[in-house]
Write a protein that binds this ligand. Structure first.
Ligand SMILES: Nc1nc2c(c(=O)[nH]1)N[C@H]1C(S)=C(S)[C@@H](COP(=O)(O)O)O[C@H]1N2
Ligand SMILES: [Mo]
Length: 369
């Protein structure tokens, strides 16, 4: 699609989102629009690194998924064959772009300058990737998958993005090939008719418009898989320092985070009633253990109530209240901790070349009167 058509489609179907000023089409959700337990489609962020493929209804109807490479039996499946042959599963899972929070690096880096809204928790329906791979008899040499799609890069005509995951993640029970979201067929903007769902991994690994899975005997090296793309330095780096690619690792896990959804930044509330804070907390592969909230900019903290997650990789609702707020300016901060004791930094995270994984604590300012 043309850039202007992609932007018009996002604006029409997701009116609350903020369209980023990028050559590719990216739009994020304001934090106060992410309060739903399950993010509705009209509030789910969009990130396409290339041009969205122009898929007609006929293209979707004759869509096939090919599995080849290091398998004993290469196969192709139509959408109907996938649905008929394999068990259908549904799970609520957080999807978050690795660059979410990039705006909070003081040394600017990367292109899509997300604040906190490149995240959502939807209900994904599809088949287990493991079931599909097993039907093709994966060979022992296979250590990594490579996922392929028809979307083309913005500059040049190569594929925009081709990512893969280690074989252990491909065979993990939570990893899916999804064809529906929140009970509806997966829309084009979110990778319909088929996409990969890799809970715990950054959004980049959730390949949209999936039409081929290749099993490889080494780590995948497709577009957006190498160099500084979705990779983090193993050792601390200073802004602008030359990148040693041998010290960069593919991001395979997302850090613990929380997001305040109520009240909205810039709120005005009454001193006459308790001030309630709500939001969500989630981790990558390590579950959230607790959330603390501060009503004084981080000087004192109180434990928030945490609801259970709908599924293993869904986010958890937290709530906290200040019973007798006093008049004046107020700064609310939320900070989550995961089951391994990792917590969100209050001020900054170490710099990295593309500005990934910035999980600095969320602050919301307002006035009580
Ligand atoms: N084929 C393809 N898949 C893709 C992308 C892409 O550009 N092309 N972008 C990835 C990135 S970086 C993210 S964060 C998620 C965003 O998914 P969404 O647009 O459904 O929100 O899709 C991923 N899958
Ligand atoms: Mo992303």
């Amino acid at each position: 699609m043309q850039r202007s058509d992609e932007r018009a489609l996002v604006a029409a179907s997701k009116p609350e989102l903020r369209l980023l000023d990028t050559p590719d089409t990216n739009a994020e959700t304001p934090a106060h629009c992410l309060d739903d337990d399950i993010t509705p489609l009209h509030r789910l962020f969009v990130r396409s690194t290339g041009r969205v493929p122009d898929l007609s209804e006929a293209d979707v109807a004759r869509w096939t998924l090919t599995v080849d490479g290091f398998v004993r039996t290469p196969r192709s499946f139509t959408l109907d064959e996938l649905k008929e042959r394999f068990e259908t599963v549904t799970q609520a899972v957080v999807m978050e772009c690795a660059g979410n929070g990039r705006a909070y690096f003081t040394e600017k880096t990367g292109s899509a300058i997300w604040f906190r809204g490149a995240v959502g928790c939807a209900r994904w329906t599809g088949v287990r990737l493991a079931d599909v791979l097993r039907a093709c008899d994966v060979l022992p040499e296979a250590v990594y998958t490579a996922h392929h799609s028809p979307d083309r890069a913005i500059d040049g005509d190569g594929p925009a993005l081709s990512r893969g995951v280690p074989i252990a993640k491909a065979l993990a029970p939570e990893t899916m090939i999804a064809f529906a979201i929140n009970g509806e067929p997966l829309p084009l903007l979110h990778g319909g008719p088929l996409r990969i769902v890799t809970p715990g991994y950054p959004g980049a690994a959730w390949q949209k418009w999936l039409n081929r899975i290749e099993l490889r005997d080494r780590e995948h090296d497709g577009p957006k898989m190498t160099g500084v793309w979705y990779r983090m330095p193993r050792v601390p780096m200073k802004p602008g320092e030359p990148v040693d690619e041998s010290l960069m690792d593919v991001i395979t896990d997302m850090p613990v985070r929380s997001l305040i959804t109520v009240p909205a930044d810039g709120f005005i509330a009454s001193v006459g009633k308790p001030l309630t804070v709500r939001g969500h907390a989630w981790g990558g592969h390590t579950p959230v253990a607790s959330v603390e909230v501060s009503f004084d900019g981080g000087s004192t903290w109180t434990g928030a109530a945490l609801e259970p997650a709908e599924d293993r990789f869904a986010w958890r609702r937290f709530t906290a209240a200040l019973d007798k707020p006093m008049a004046g300016a107020i700064e609310i901060v939320a900070r989550a901790m995961d089951a391994q004791g990792s917590t969100q930094p209050l001020d900054s995270v170490p710099w990295n070349p593309q500005g990934y994984c910035n999980n600095v604590a969320h602050r919301v300012r307002g006035v009580l009167r």
